[in-house]
Design a protein around this ligand. Structure first.
Ligand code: ADP
Length: 473
């Protein structure tokens, strides 16, 4: 059963249920209202007759002539226009010997009470006529005149039921119509959402849904759009990465193959000068594969981490010592400044981050330039509204006064295989993976990495790390 049918059925069911409840409540209240009205009419009718008959007896001192008196008031019961035959039921007037002295049916006159027993429940329902404290007789009125079984009451109940039934049919039809319109309104976006999801399941990531309003379906559609955009982006990244890796592998492999073929054909001797480029390219391939492996491990959150207490100054001084020859060759003055507390981290991973940053700085700073590393301890609540323990972060910035990075390149600088000057930098052995790896490693420590750069003035890479990475995570 479709959602639409379910909704319509629920709506119609609800209307019928409510109408039935309403009908039952109305019937009960109308019945009780009728009951009260009947009692009231019966009482006033009885009082009226009591007064007439008492007055008659008081005036005449006996029941003699009562029959004619009643005929005068009510008309001849044999005649069509008699009040008795129309809106009044049978009336019986008994004297104090329980004998009928007047009646709406002439045949009843002269009968005794015993003759009515069991028939109309006369003794139980008759009323006493009292004059000066003495019971002078009784009168009996047929209760059917105004009881609930009377035509009037039945007519009222019937017309209420009929109007309730008509109301029920009309409201059910209205509910059906409303249900159709409402479900169409609600299910149209759901249908296009289903279509979109089915498209994604089949691999079509281009589907985008029209979004209107802020209701749950609009939120869902918006989320679907974001999800398929993200999926399409991921798919593109994956495709680009495969293409990039293939591209990166092709050059060293062709160099190796070319050299090997030349050696095999005897064009080149199998001597060290010929073998050296083969070795270089192989080293490059090994490095590329290692970098890719580390990157994919870090991206999947599966990077093995050997967390220890690290003194960043000692770690940086070691790195600087390893770069001494390069610094001297290029006449670059390195400097380390600031003090920070011992932090928790993996020394090998953080060394790799710093080596990548300092190596890049060396590569992109002209001879005679300067590279400095600044360290500071700071309170993260300076930049975040969340109150945390003071001074629980460290910031290490690697700054150079080299060529800088154009502003439009800055947003891509941490992407895999991204090189500002592809052709030139490939020659230098650059793979464009260094900053991507640095970013992943810093993130694996719960930190962040940012860049600020001005073309011609230099670049500054800022690494922020939590002091207690393990306790923080
Ligand atoms: P690689 O591992 O090949 O060095 P990176 O990912 O480390 O690549 O760097 C990406 C690109 O960012 C480099 O190709 C370079 O153009 C640019 N870059 C990185 N660091 C600097 C720097 N300090 N100054 C200028 N350009 C830089």
């Amino acid at each position: 059963m479709t959602l639409r049918r379910k909704f319509i059925a629920a709506l119609v069911g609800m209307v019928i249920f409510m109408a039935l409840i309403f009908a039952v409540i109305s019937l009960f209240s109308i019945q009780s209202l009728l009951g009260h009205t009947v009692n009231y009419i019966e009482q006033s009718y009885t009082q009226q007759w009591n007064r007439i008959l008492t007055y008659y007896y008081q005036e005449h001192g006996s029941w003699a002539g009562i029959e004619d008196y009643l005929k005068n008031i009510l008309g001849d019961p044999h005649q069509k226009y008699s009040l008795f035959s129309r809106d009044s039921g049978p009336l019986l007037v008994f004297d104090n010997k329980d004998q009928v002295v007047a009646a709406s049916r002439p045949n009843d006159i002269g009968k005794t009470l015993a003759q009515f027993t069991g028939q109309d429940n006369v003794p139980a329902q008759w009323h006493e006529i009292e004059v000066n404290g003495t019971t002078v007789g009784h009168f009996w009125l047929d209760r059917k005149l105004v009881t609930r079984e009377s035509k009037l009451a039945r007519n009222i109940a019937q017309s209420i039921i009929v109007s309730l039934l008509i109301g029920l049919v009309l409201t059910s039809l209205l509910a059906l119509l409303l249900g159709v319109l409402l479900t169409r309104h609600f299910t149209v976006p759901l249908r296009s959402l289903t279509k979109g999801v089915q498209g994604v399941a089949k691999g079509d990531l281009s589907a985008r849904l029209p979004v209107k309003g802020t209701d749950e379906i609009a939120v869902l559609s918006r989320s679907f759009n974001t999800m398929s955009e993200q999926l399409a982006h991921n798919e593109e990244v994956r495709r680009n990465m495969v293409a990039d890796i293939a591209h990166e592998l092709r050059t060293p492999l062709s160099v190796i193959l070319g050299k090997l073929e030349s050696i095999q054909e005897g064009v080149l001797p199998a001597a060290p000068p010929t073998l050296l480029p083969i070795q270089d390219e192989t080293i490059r391939l090994i490095r590329l594969v290692r970098d890719l492996q580390q990157l994919s491990l870090a991206e999947a959150g599966k990077l093995p981490m050997n967390v220890q207490q690290i003194d960043l100054r000692t770690l940086l001084e070691k790195i600087f010592a390893n770069f001494t020859i390069e610094f001297e060759e290029r006449g670059i003055k390195p400097a380390i400044d600031g003090t920070v507390p011992v932090i928790q981290g993996d020394p090998d991973r953080l060394t790799q981050v710093m080596v990548n940053l300092i190596g890049n700085a060396l590569l992109h700073t002209p001879p005679g330039g300067a590279i400095r590393v600044d360290m500071e301890n700071y309170d993260v609540s300076e930049s975040m509204s969340k109150p945390v323990a003071a001074n629980d972060w460290v910031r290490v910035s690697v700054e150079d006064n080299g060529e800088g990075i154009p502003p439009e390149e800055l947003m891509h600088i941490f992407d895999r295989f991204y090189r500002v000057n592809k052709a030139r930098e490939r020659e230098t052995g650059s793979t464009g993976l260094g900053l991507a790896i640095a970013k992943e490693f810093v993130q694996a420590h719960g930190g962040t990495i940012e860049v600020e750069s001005t073309v011609g003035a230099g670049s500054r890479f800022i690494v922020s790390l939590p002091v207690n990475f393990l306790t923080k995570s």
